[in-house]
Design a protein. Structure first.
Length: 153
């Protein structure tokens, strides 16, 4: 499966490390520094592109941006000719972790759906990048791959 990832921070690169060995084609996009995006993608063995390119590339698109950058990232999508699944890994926590930016009258998933009318939004996998890097065994499967393997195999 081809997966475009919007957000090349801890969550986006953590998912890349988990999904690439499973044979998926990946494209990373959206980082404050273009050269860092390209070097990170190269170091991980995948490609880098713009947000629009990642959305066009992916059969599924992953949104892995900090909440404060989500609208900016989705604003770079451009025209999408057909509906796609958008796997939303964002968290509406304020940058200082003092509480939620939104969440009493709406949700992050609802706001993402408004910003991405081209998508069927699936809110999944809390964005705890550290948990994705620290692997543990659950039965015969590593816990970090347990839910992913059911989606992407």
């Amino acid at each position: 499966m081809k997966i475009g990832i919007i957000g090349a921070g801890n969550v986006g690169t953590g998912l890349t490390k988990l999904l690439l060995p499973r044979g998926h084609g990946l494209m990373l996009s959206f980082h404050k520094e273009g050269e860092k995006l390209r070097s990170t993608a190269a170091a991980l063995g995948t490609r880098a592109g713009t947000v629009a390119e990642a959305v066009q590339f992916g059969d599924v698109v992953v949104l892995a941006t900090p909440w404060v950058a989500t609208a900016e990232a989705l604003g770079q999508v451009g025209q999408v000719p057909k509906q796609k699944i958008l796997w939303d890994c964002t968290n509406t926590l304020k940058p200082d972790m003092s509480g939620l930016s939104i969440g009493t009258t709406t949700s992050g998933g609802e706001e993402v759906a408004k910003l991405a009318p081209w998508a069927r939004v699936v809110k999944a996998i809390p964005p705890f990048a550290e948990a994705m890097r620290n692997r543990s065994e659950v039965g015969r499967e590593r816990s970090d791959l347990l839910s992913l393997s059911r989606i992407f195999t």
